[in-house]
Write a protein that binds this ligand. Structure first.
Ligand code: ZN
Length: 517
């Protein structure tokens, strides 16, 4: 690029190039404003009385593989109006050159905004480095935030839902345009008053899908009394499942007891040890049979024929001495199992930690034996074996699964639980029916369902439906639901992640909305 080109480009934004110097990786441009006078920002009167000069530095787009820095020799003027409170003012560059007090040229700022917008903070920073744009990730995010777009078209059908800014800590409200299937706004909290204000600013809304929580319903009723309210189908489904889980939790005591009876002390034995133990019992019985036959005076040859065991074995048992002759070798862990179990339950679940404790108590065996035991033990904990009762959430899922989809172990669990708490079978039936009504759009069945459900273990769920009857009926018949915006909600969550926890709501709004548009 020739000097005259630089001059022309700078001239367009009101600057004159005084000098260009090249340093390692840098182009340093000295420039000064072309105008001889400047307007006072307070009274607007122009002045050409320069009082002092100062230099401001602007980062610009790179040129010829170099970063470009512009040093503008700017001036301070004396205001000529005697009555103006501003005696001295600094001249302002043309908005085409840079923002007031900005540290980047307007054209650099524009590019930074687009990159921050498309990529977010940290990934954007990686790219800007390669493009020789001198901006940090904070700058990227700030630039995006500064340019929040104003609202789009007027929505007619909206979905309102709460949404975790930080799960378990901060919740906001998400508003979706259900017709256009996108998130259109984010509110900083889930207070009814905040939603009410938003609704007041957005006239023309005819249908509002919201969850069954009272707050949103109240705000919607007050702000747009003419709008139809629809209980959100997705929430209804979720609430019905939650109600079933509550019922399972209430019955957990009986279920736990049933599991305890079904397998008394086996819960404390690992599967491998249980098998060993059973084998040992079987062999002990055979051994006893041999002894009894021998005591009755039956010869070794005949005992071999009757029991099917080898001659050598029978002879050994008859001669006595052995308690468990069939067992290849006894585990050195055998006398320590109780102790291991106690340590395990106290939280020490690692071979390398268990071994020294056993050693200190006199255990003669090696680390390997203990480590292998710990591995087996862990595997047993992982495999949901019927010897331990499942967590309520798991149990609720199993109880709601189709029979054909359960493993053998799971079927046993379900059978034990259902025998212990038959009322859960009823509860599940009622929950299933409610989900059927919703799925098949059968509003006419709602009244009969309600009557049945109000005296069932999921009565509290039914009471909630009774209290919100009109909106629930609308939910069954209406085609609108927040589930339709699943796609943009995923998009929102991924944006939130990209922002690495710096996800301020205005920033998320800024990045969300033009994407939706
Ligand atoms: Zn003035």
């Amino acid at each position: 690029m020739s000097l005259s080109n630089w001059e022309r480009a700078f001239g367009l934004v009101g600057l004159r190039v005084e000098k260009i110097a090249f340093e390692e990786g840098l182009a340093l441009v000295k420039a000064s404003p072309i105008a001889a006078s400047a307007a006072c920002p307070l009274c607007g009167k122009r002045s050409s009385q320069v009082r002092s000069r100062y230099q401001s530095c602007l980062a610009d787009l790179p040129a010829h593989g170099r970063r470009v820095r512009i040093f503008v020799a700017a001036r301070r003027f004396r205001c000529r109006d005697q009555d103006c409170r501003r005696r001295i003012f600094a001249e302002r560059l043309s908005p085409d050159a840079a923002r007031v007090w900005g540290r980047r040229t307007t054209r650099l700022d524009g590019i930074v905004h687009h990159i921050g917008f498309a990529l977010g903070g940290r990934p954007g920073q990686a790219i800007t480095r390669r493009l020789l744009l001198p901006v940090s990730k904070d700058t990227l995010l700030r630039t995006v935030r500064r340019r929040v777009p104003v609202s789009l078209a007027r929505p007619r059908v909206i979905g309102v839902d709460d949404w975790a800014l930080r799960k378990g800590h901060r919740y906001g409200t998400r508003i979706c345009d259900l017709e256009r299937r996108m998130v259109i706004d984010l509110l900083p909290d889930r207070e009814p008053a905040t939603l009410k204000r938003w609704l007041a600013d957005h006239p023309g809304i005819e249908i509002i899908a919201r969850d069954r929580g009272g707050g949103y319903a109240k705000a919607a009723a007050q702000a747009c009394p003419d709008a139809e309210q629809v209980a959100d189908r997705w929430h209804l489904m979720e609430n019905s499942s939650a109600a079933f889980l509550m019922a399972v939790k209430r019955w957990m005591r009986s279920i736990r007891a049933a599991f305890g009876q079904a397998m008394p002390d086996q819960a404390t034995l690992t599967t491998a040890e249980r098998l060993q133990h059973e084998g040992w019992k079987r062999r002990k019985a055979e051994e006893d049979t041999i002894r009894v036959l021998n005591a009755e005076g039956i010869g070794i040859k005949e005992i071999v024929r009757r029991t099917g065991r080898s001659r050598k074995l029978v002879r050994e048992v008859v001669r006595g001495g052995h308690t468990d002759p069939f067992r290849p070798r006894a585990s050195s862990l055998e006398p320590w199992l109780d102790r291991l179990q106690t340590e395990w339950e106290a939280g020490c679940q690692n071979g390398a930690e268990l071994w020294p404790r056993l050693r200190a108590a006199g255990f003669p065996g090696s680390l390997r034996v203990v480590a292998e035991w710990a591995t087996r033990r862990r595997r047993d904990d992982r495999d949901a074996s019927p010897s331990r009762y499942p967590a309520p959430r798991t149990l609720a899922r199993l109880l709601s699964s189709a029979r054909g989809k359960l493993t053998r172990n799971e079927s046993i669990i379900v059978a034990i639980a259902e025998r212990a708490a038959p009322v859960l079978v009823t509860a599940r039936g009622i929950v299933d029916d409610s989900q059927d009504l919703i799925r098949k759009h059968q509003a006419e069945g709602l009244a009969a369902w309600l009557e049945r459900a109000l005296s069932s273990p999921v009565a509290s769920f039914a009471k909630g439906i009774e209290a919100d009857y009109a909106a629930v009926t609308a939910a069954i018949t209406s085609p609108w639901s927040n589930g339709q915006t699943e796609g943009t909600i995923c998009r929102l969550e991924s944006l939130k992640r990209q922002m690495y926890g710096r996800a301020n709501i205005d920033l998320l709004r800024a990045r969300l909305m033009p994407i939706a548009a």
